[in-house]
Design a protein around this ligand. Structure first.
Ligand SMILES: Nc1ccn([C@@H]2O[C@H](COP(=O)(O)OP(=O)(O)OP(=O)(O)O)[C@@H](O)[C@H]2O)c(=O)n1
Ligand SMILES: C[C@](O)(CO)[C@H](O)COP(=O)(O)O
Length: 240
């Protein structure tokens, strides 16, 4: 009896791509090198991220948006760490939006599924990645988001008011879309409100579907995030 390929059926029908955005400077991290290159348990953050996509069942073609000034460093790091996962390196842009737009310009397939993921979310699970491709195949959109664990308050004019935390989701990546609708959305002129792909796609009139995220899929933004990410990798948490 032939074994069924555990690769999701969607990937048999549609090509899958992953745009890994790594064009940022990491100003809030204040490290010597942009945070995507910082060593996390012995390997640059970016390598953990690419490995997660490589290990997913969807096995997407990986496009890495990286500022031109860092292409050589990246090649050196790949050689030093014997990192051979296939990927295409393209130029990042002046904002995250422009980095994604540059990467989209290299994808011709109008019927593919495209995940956009922050290079600095190295702990994304391959299962979550697969779930977004499956969801986007059905709905056109799939954005990973985590329900707030804390109570939430909104402050306006110096006055705070409680919000219903069950209605608050913290947005993560991957954010995965049917390619034609993502490409169309990225033809809009840039505005500062475009903090992620969901905001760009939503502005083009498309409803966003959420996929449950996880606390461990943190974004490395500030120095203490590296400590948290390291603890997740080493599973060092202790309950006294
Ligand atoms: N011009 C840019 C800016 C950001 N990014 C990427 O978008 C992701 C999320 O952005 P953020 O965490 O804000 O990264 P930085 O812009 O590098 O950080 P900071 O805002 O602290 O400068 C990161 O993987 C970052 O490399 C990008 O590809 N191109
Ligand atoms: C895309 C994103 O990671 C979703 O949480 C986030 O919006 C990008 O990070 P930034 O810190 O706002 O640039």
């Amino acid at each position: 009896m032939p074994t069924i390929d555990p690769k999701s059926q969607i990937s048999n029908l549609k090509s899958t791509y992953a745009i890994i955005v790594a064009g940022g400077s990491g100003s809030r991290m204040q490290s010597a090198l942009p945070k995507q290159f910082i060593a996390l348990c012995g390997e640059p953050v970016l390598m953990h991220t690419i490995k997660a996509f490589y290990n997913s069942q969807s096995s997407p073609q990986i496009i890495l948006a990286l500022n031109a000034g860092y292409h050589e460093l990246w090649a050196e790091l790949c050689s030093k760490h014997n990192f051979t996962i296939p990927h295409t390196v393209i130029a990042g842009g002046k904002t995250r939006f422009h980095s994604v737009k540059n990467a989209l310009g290299t994808i011709d397939d109008a019927d593919a599924l495209i995940a956009v993921h922050d290079a600095v979310r190295p702990l994304v699970s391959p299962d979550t990645i697969d779930e977004t491709y499956e969801c986007a195949a059905k709905n056109g959109t799939a954005v990973v988001a985590l329900k707030s664990r804390d109570s939430v308050r909104q402050v306006a004019n110096g006055v705070s008011a409680a919000l219903n935390r069950d209605s608050i989701y913290l947005v993560q990546t991957p954010q995965t879309f049917q390619s034609a609708l993502l490409k169309k959305a990225y033809q809009q002129p840039y505005t500062d409100n475009f903090t992620d792909d969901a905001s760009v796609v939503e502005q083009s009139g498309v409803v966003i579907t959420l996929v449950e995220g996880s606390y461990s899929n943190i974004k490395i933004t500030f120095p203490d995030d590296i400590i948290v990410a390291g603890a997740f990798i080493n599973k060092k948490a202790t309950i006294c």
